[in-house]
Design a protein around this ligand. Structure first.
Ligand code: PMP
Length: 287
């Protein structure tokens, strides 16, 4: 069945929604995005995603396409029109279509941004079987640009990383720079040692995950110890547990890294507990 999508103020059937071949998102990856999960027909961590969207836009000399309340209203309208119960809402804002190809940014007063939003239905999103079996990870060098804190649509390398993992019979890849893990292709990376949760500290080296912020807050509230510092693949392989977080996977255990079993090759209790807390709190505070 055709989805109803949002494009520049209109709600349209997906096959009708079209953007220009001159759109800078298409020509230059000049755009940013957000993915917000939906559980029980409600938005998870919406405020965090809206705040990060604004930050990404400002870092690229762009402004918010609409006030946050309106953004929320469009998200909710898409959920309603598509009868979305469990899944995600994808949002993308680009610098628009100046009608030609030019490296110089167009004047925002003359060229409006392109704003696209669509739903992705994923029944069973919160019931991911990988929560029980765990993920197998490979490591790859992190050769992305230096502003990974900006959520741009330049996703070719992460996409290649996922394909390399798939080719190796694994689920995902963690990226490594100067001997230390930065993050997963589309998630933040963690290890657990002696009950302590370790994850790389925030900088322009990684995306500031909205799920990361929530999970660390819940962990601290539950009196778990958190240490924000980088770790190596070797340290992760020798850890008690490893896991990832992202908006669409929540918390998922990692049971193998570059062919080495982590924590006896079974999902660990800390990741399981954090997943449980995150889902419970998220459902409670969903809007
Ligand atoms: N790092 C990268 C590179 C990502 O693409 C994502 C997911 N978009 C994350 C981390 C996790 O961020 P979030 O929890 O906000 O989904």
């Amino acid at each position: 069945m055709s989805r109803t999508v949002y494009l520049n103020g209109d709600y349209l059937p997906e096959e009708v929604a079209k953007i220009s071949i001159f759109d800078r998102g298409f020509l230059m990856a000049d755009g940013v995005y957000e993915v917000t999960s939906v559980l029980d027909g409600k938005l998870i961590d919406f405020d965090g995603h809206a705040a990060r969207l604004e930050r990404s836009l400002v870092e690229l000399d762009m402004g918010m396409p609409m006030p946050v309340e309106e953004l929320l209203a469009v998200h909710r309208e898409l959920v309603k029109r598509n009868g979305l119960v469990e899944g995600m809402i994808y949002l993308q804002v680009t610098r628009g279509a100046p009608g030609d190809r030019d490296f110089v940014f167009p004047d925002p007063a003359e060229v409006p941004q392109t704003v696209v939003m669509f739903t992705q239905s994923r029944p069973g999103l919160a019931d991911n079987p990988a929560a029980k079996t765990g993920l197998k990870i490979i490591s790859i060098p992190d050769i992305r640009w230096g502003r990974r804190d900006i959520k741009t649509v330049q996703l070719l390398y992460p996409s290649m990383g996922k394909m390399a993992a798939k080719k190796a019979g694994c689920d995902d890849a963690w990226m490594v720079e100067d001997g230390l893990v930065t993050e997963g292709t589309s998630n933040n990376a963690y290890i657990v040692k002696g009950g302590r949760i370790i994850t790389r500290d925030l900088s322009s080296d990684i995306l500031h995950g909205i799920t990361r912020a929530a999970v660390l807050r819940y962990a601290r509230e539950a009196q778990m110890e958190v240490e924000e510092r980088p770790f190596s693949i070797e340290e992760a392989q020798g850890a008690d547990e490893a896991f990832i977080t992202s908006a669409s996977t929540f918390v998922l255990p990692v049971v193998e890294i570059d062919g080495v079993a982590v924590g006896g090759g079974k999902p660990g209790p800390v990741a399981a507990r954090l997943r449980e807390i995150y889902l419970e709190e998220s459902r409670r505070s969903a809007i």
